[in-house]
Design a protein around this ligand. Structure first.
Ligand SMILES: Nc1ncnc2c1ncn2[C@@H]1O[C@H](COP(=O)(O)OP(=O)(O)O)[C@@H](O)[C@H]1O
Ligand SMILES: [Mg+2]
Length: 354
């Protein structure tokens, strides 16, 4: 695969603030890549450096193999969609989308054709002559997308573009955006602090904290095999159990039991075993646990009914564990104060070494 955007040792300082710290990142051609992290971690600054609105303090940034770190935005084959997308209120949708092309003095016939094609792409052809105020929030966001796509960029940069929409609409737009990206086939680099959004849409995710890229991987990899406490905690709920490395294939929990879980920590080192709540299963104390599974005894101290799932807090020798069980017809429901066994398969456990 060709690199669409490649950052090598990119650092950005604003005075004393180290906004982006020695970032190394390759985004492949046609990839939907998300930068995910809490507010202030350097996502927007990274995106603005790719767009050319900021220049790196040091490092190299190439787009399609060409060094671009210090080129102005108009020399780069990229376009940006912002959260606040201010459409021109006195222009029709069609005119809004064609505005940039008119400024660039593209021939009118070409403009008409490209605007039409782009409005088709975002499914707004039927509203071409409406004014922005006649459109819903989601439709306006699609116009903002069209305005960027009409320039036929090789890379589209999106900075929390759905942040202003309510949850239902945001979820619908997530699927729509993913569809659109697959149809147009260009590289999307998407900034968000919303883990669900990143998991739903991305081919790969880069998790950032404090200007650093902590982990890059596919959604499933990031969710199921977080390599640091920060990534584990930031993406969804997770149980963290203190343990000690025994050898490269096993660790010992506080209650003395040894778990099979591969890792690289030297023997004797303190580690953390991370397990997602939905990877736990509850059994009655007298139940026969299927062989090969690990388990720990405990007492239910809280149960929350969520419609689709039950959430349990179970007090164990490893501390409080959160267990998520789907509300299926045959699933046994446990009462508060009942004794249970929390069980999991070895593949559910990830060892975190920090
Ligand atoms: N123009 C600027 N001048 C000074 N500090 C800035 C500027 N832009 C961003 N920062 C700082 O850089 C850090 C990263 O900001 P930003 O990239 O906007 O984070 P995010 O988009 O992840 O919320 C923050 O500490 C922010 O205050
Ligand atoms: Mg930001």
């Amino acid at each position: 695969m060709t690199d669409s955007v490649k950052l090598t040792g990119v650092t950005k300082r604003f005075g004393d603030v180290l906004a982006v710290d020695d970032l190394h990142l390759n985004v492949a051609d046609g990839e939907f890549f998300s930068l995910l992290g809490p507010s202030g971690c350097g996502k927007t600054t990274t995106l603005r450096m790719i767009a050319g609105f900021e220049f790196p303090t040091s490092g190299s940034l190439t787009i399609r193999g060409q060094e671009m770190a210090l080129n102005p935005p108009n020399e780069r084959p990229v376009n940006t969609v912002f959260q606040s997308y201010a459409l021109f209120p006195h222009m029709t949708i069609e005119e809004n989308v064609g505005f940039g092309l008119r400024m660039k003095k593209v021939a009118p016939a070409d403009i008409a054709q490209r605007v039409k094609r782009t409005l088709d792409m975002v499914q707004l052809s039927h509203r071409a002559s409406a004014s922005p105020s006649q459109l819903s929030g989601g439709q306006q966001q699609r116009v903002a997308l069209a305005r960027a796509l009409v320039n036929e960029p090789q890379v589209l940069l999106l900075d929390e573009p759905l942040g202003a929409l309510d949850l239902k609409l945001r979820q619908a737009m997530q699927l729509e955006l993913k569809d659109l990206q697959q149809r147009v086939g260009i590289t999307f680099i998407y900034v968000t602090h919303d883990q669900d959004e990143a998991l739903t849409m991305s081919d790969r995710i880069g998790v950032m904290s404090d200007g650093k890229l902590l982990q890059v991987g596919g959604p499933q990899d990031i969710y199921e095999h977080p390599r640091s406490r920060f990534v584990a905690d930031f993406i969804g709920e997770i149980n963290l159990m203190p343990a000690v490395a025994v050898d490269r294939d096993s660790v010992k929990l506080l209650d003395g039991q040894v778990l099979m879980a591969p890792h690289d920590a030297p023997a004797g080192r303190s580690v953390t075993v991370a397990i997602r709540p939905e990877r736990f299963t509850l059994f009655r104390p007298d139940a026969e646990i299927p062989s090969g599974r690990s388990s720990i005894a405990g007492k239910v101290i809280r149960r929350i009914y969520h419609g689709d799932v039950f959430l349990y807090d179970v007090d164990t020798a490893e501390g409080l564990l959160e267990v998520k069980e789907e509300n299926r017809p045959n699933v046994e429901v446990f009462e508060i104060d009942s004794q249970v066994v929390v069980s999991w398969s070895p593949s559910a456990a990830t060892v975190i070494e920090d």
